[in-house]
Design a protein around this ligand. Structure first.
Ligand SMILES: NC(=O)c1ccc[n+]([C@@H]2O[C@H](COP(=O)([O-])OP(=O)(O)OC[C@H]3O[C@@H](n4cnc5c(N)ncnc54)[C@H](OP(=O)(O)O)[C@@H]3O)[C@@H](O)[C@H]2O)c1
Length: 301
């Protein structure tokens, strides 16, 4: 059965992955700025109304975590109110909405991976704006899935892995925070999960497929672990070794306070959708290979 998805955003990591990974029987209509600005209700409603679709994916967001501390109103307008506008459009069109949210809705104080029903408590403006988006969606359109994901990397756009590869071109050592734990997640794996979930939502009205789901790569890591895995993968392409100096959050002050533990438990996804994302190290290797092959045209040595 063919599937038509209207997706917000044109250039983001998840949007790009959705466009690239869509099989022949999946039609993606991507809508983004300047025509569709999430902060403008009329633009969102008009844009989505005209996209003939079976489901909507809200993959656009204000994602500048540190800048959000000084642009909290803008972040709230885009991530909080904007998500509500998208939900309004989905309700009007009577189609399921799949919305991307974040591990940063949690305060990071639990000593175990967070489950979907654990209490939220964001520690930064970005997290508060994303949580407001979740609430607005839940209040507007019951036919939704909120996919909380985390630490997203891909060959597209800007992300931590690509930053490490860039720094590794000129440095023999980088300092990376080692006391924040999370689940690195490939945007490509998220896109593949979204296709499976969207199909099920279109075909199956059961409430157990709706609500909040944690959707992250398998396995935990610190940022320093991700950096080390990135440099190890890059060495296979002839890159010089780069040493990772493991530092603490206190040594690397940022405008936004990030949770120390934002690992997400994915069991609900596995039980209700039969889905598990691949282990993060496996997807990270593919990502590094692709970025370096795109750059140099070379093969792994
Ligand atoms: N990146 C992560 O590590 C991470 C972690 C957890 C959750 N998430 C969530 O996952 C989703 C996808 O993230 P991503 O990494 O793919 O994001 P991304 O690469 O930063 O891309 C964000 C996209 O949103 C668009 N956008 C920003 N403001 C907009 C506005 N006002 N109106 C319309 N479009 C707007 C951007 O378009 P322009 O080109 O116009 O700027 C871009 O296409 C987001 O909901 C994010 O909150 C991401």
């Amino acid at each position: 059965m063919s599937l038509r998805l209207a997706v917000t955003g044109l250039t983001g990591q998840v949007v790009s992955a959705l466009i690239e990974r869509a099989a022949k029987d999946i039609e993606i209509t991507a809508l983004g700025r300047p025509q569709l600005d999430l902060g403008l209700r009329n633009a969102v409603l008009a844009g989505l109304r005209h996209a003939r679709c079976d489901a909507i994916v809200n993959a656009a967001a204000y994602t500048a975590v540190d800048r959000a501390e000084s642009e909290a109103d803008l972040a709230m307008r885009v991530n909080g109110e904007g998500a509500g506008h998208v939900a309004e459009a989905a309700a009007e069109l009577n189609v399921p909405l799949l919305h991307l949210s974040t591990d940063y809705v949690f305060d990071g104080m639990l000593p175990r991976p967070y489950r979907e029903d654990d209490p939220t408590g964001p520690t930064c403006a970005y997290g508060r704006s994303k949580l407001a988006g979740e609430h607005n969606i839940a209040a507007t359109h019951p036919n939704h899935v909120i996919l909380r994901t985390a630490w997203v990397y891909s060959p597209f756009g800007a992300n931590f892995v690509k930053t490490m590869l860039r720094l590794g071109e000129t440095r023999a050592e980088v300092s990376v925070v080692a006391d924040q734990l999370g689940n690195p997640t490939s945007a490509i794996d998220i896109a593949d999960a979204i296709f499976v979930m969207a199909r099920r939502l279109v075909e199956d009205p059961s409430p157990s497929l709706r609500g909040v789901f944690h959707v992250t790569g398998q396995g935990d890591a610190s940022w320093a672990d991700v950096a080390e895995a990135t440099f190890a993968a890059a060495e296979k392409f002839g890159r010089k070794p780069v040493r990772v100096q493991r530092i603490s959050t206190a040594d690397y002050p940022t405008a936004a306070r990030r949770p120390a533990n934002s690992r997400l438990d994915n069991e609900k996804l596995a039980i209700r959708y039969g889905l598990r994302l691949p282990p993060w190290r496996q997807s990270l290797e593919s990502c590094v290979a692709r970025v370096l092959m795109d750059k140099t045209g070379s093969r792994a040595v």
